[in-house]
Design a protein around this ligand. Structure first.
Ligand code: NAI
Length: 426
């Protein structure tokens, strides 16, 4: 790697480089537990495909994402990183990455204009590869830096909300890049969206409130991959769970999984805690806030901070104050108090450390191999959304199982022939 330019922290825009030692410890801890990524690093990332590539990343900037950025840098890429959400950025981790020589444009609590500037700064790298979260960079490339599009080989998208935006771009015929839908890889959403969001959101809720979950009525809005995990972990902790859905199949699935299913108007008055995970906008609105019990707690796990209508909550309130770290108390004009976690941002990342390391080990194995695949094959792909090739998904699962010491059963020749035959006597 001796020929790679070393970028000094002065090329970064971060809060405070002196925070780097704590960020270093966090990244080091991740490196000790990211076994799948470490294995794939040796077998794939360092084969030279990424050497000299320029990678722009929009990510929830904490230690696990920082470790992914670091591995790409170690594989020879120039990497520029921005936080995808100012509330999830950890300044110590940003400082550590900048000190390690990556370009970092991120600060916790940046206002929307600053966040926008930071995201655009990563594009100043003139990337040929993009790792995106919520379509933040791909949408800016198309709307604000279209002259850079011909240089971009492709992008990889991390989350459901980003996929929704990309599908909208594709439907309008404006998506000019091949984009790997990393979120749709099985090694991503089956584990990250479900178990990761389930465990980490409940962890964030419990540590922010210091309240008991057992016996509480928890309303989970959205029974997709995240909602399934949220409901599972809430029930496991002893909560009575009600699911709210707009999709009849998902609603029936939730009912069959043993949950109460109701409309939000019905559930609004019974919930102690509401958790949204829909990827949509204003799912909890004024009409629901007006029905809620005194003391109800509002939590969002969806990607964007607009699932709970916070402006409506503000309008209903006579006053608001910080009740505890990460919790805002709204005293409504009728005297009820409602509590909102981290201003409606995704609580597991904004109020805690996000998903467990082993979960992100898999999600970022998907991202790392998606970028590796793009580096080698993007020219063969047409503009639009593409799945991660199935063999890569299976390789990540096999690698993780091998590292866990889990043996797979192998099919016999007779079984293979049987499964490929349609004749009843074969
Ligand atoms: P999904 O598409 O699997 O599920 C969303 C569900 O919400 C669907 O079943 C849909 O029918 C339902 N829904 C939509 N509008 C609704 C409404 N008004 N009321 C009730 N239900 C409604 O999506 P997934 O993967 O569960 O992701 C949900 C959100 O969580 C997205 O914004 C995604 O980006 C985000 N996410 C957050 C993570 C975190 O760490 N907090 C991790 C992964 C995803």
């Amino acid at each position: 790697m001796g020929t790679r330019p070393v970028f000094m922290p002065s090329q970064s825009a971060i809060l405070d480089i002196s925070l780097a030692p704590e960020g270093e410890r966090k990244i080091e801890w991740v490196s000790l537990h990211a076994h799948t990524l470490n294995s794939l690093r040796r077998s794939h990332l360092e084969d030279g495909s990424l050497r000299g590539r320029r990678v722009a990343m929009a990510i929830h900037l904490e230690a696990k994402t920082a470790y992914l950025a670091w591995l790409l840098h170690e594989a020879g890429a120039e990497v520029a990183v921005a936080g995808s959400n100012a509330l999830s950025t950890q300044d110590d981790v940003a400082a550590a990455l900048a000190r390690r020589g990556l370009r970092v444009y991120a600060s916790h609590g940046a206002d929307p204009a600053e966040l926008d500037r930071q995201l655009l700064q990563t594009l100043d790298l003139e990337p040929d590869l993009v790792i995106d979260d919520g379509c933040e960079l791909v949408s800016r490339l198309h709307q604000r830096r279209p002259q850079l599009l011909p240089k971009v080989r492709g992008a990889s998208e991390e989350t459901t909300s980003g996929i929704l935006r990309l599908r909208a771009m594709q439907a309008e015929g404006v998506l000019k890049l091949p984009v790997i839908a990393a979120n749709q890889a099985l090694c991503k959403h089956l584990f990250d969206n479900r178990y990761g969001t389930g465990q980490s959101t409940l962890t964030a809720l419990m540590s922010a409130t210091n309240l008991l979950i057992a016996g509480k009525s928890i309303v989970v809005v959205g029974y997709g991959w995240c909602g399934r995990g949220l409901a599972l972990y809430a029930r496991g902790l002893g909560a009575r769970v009600t699911v709210v859905e707009v999709d009849p199949i998902k609603a029936l699935e939730a009912l069959t999984d043993g949950y109460t299913v109701a409309s939000l108007s019905e559930a609004a008055s019974i919930g102690d805690i509401f958790i949204t995970a829909t990827g949509s906008v204003h799912v909890i609105r004024r009409e629901h806030l007006e029905l809620m019990k005194n003391g109800a707690i509002l939590v969002n796990a969806g990607n964007f901070a607009n699932e709970i209508d916070v402006p409506a909550l503000t309008q209903l309130a006579a006053e608001q104050r910080e009740a505890r770290r990460h919790i805002t108390e709204y005293v409504l004009r009728d005297g009820r108090r409602l509590y909102l976690l981290v201003q409606g941002a995704l609580a597991n990342i904004a109020a805690s450390d996000g998903h467990p390391i082993e979960i992100m080990d898999m999600s970022f194995s998907v991202q790392a191999l998606a970028v590796h695949f793009l580096a080698n094959h993007a020219r063969e792909l047409t503009p639009g959304l593409h799945p991660l090739p199935e063999e890569i998904d299976r390789e990540i699962a096999s690698t993780r199982l091998r590292l866990l010491g889990v043996q797979l059963e192998e099919m016999t020749g007779e079984q293979k022939a049987y499964l490929q035959s349609w004749r009843s006597n074969d």
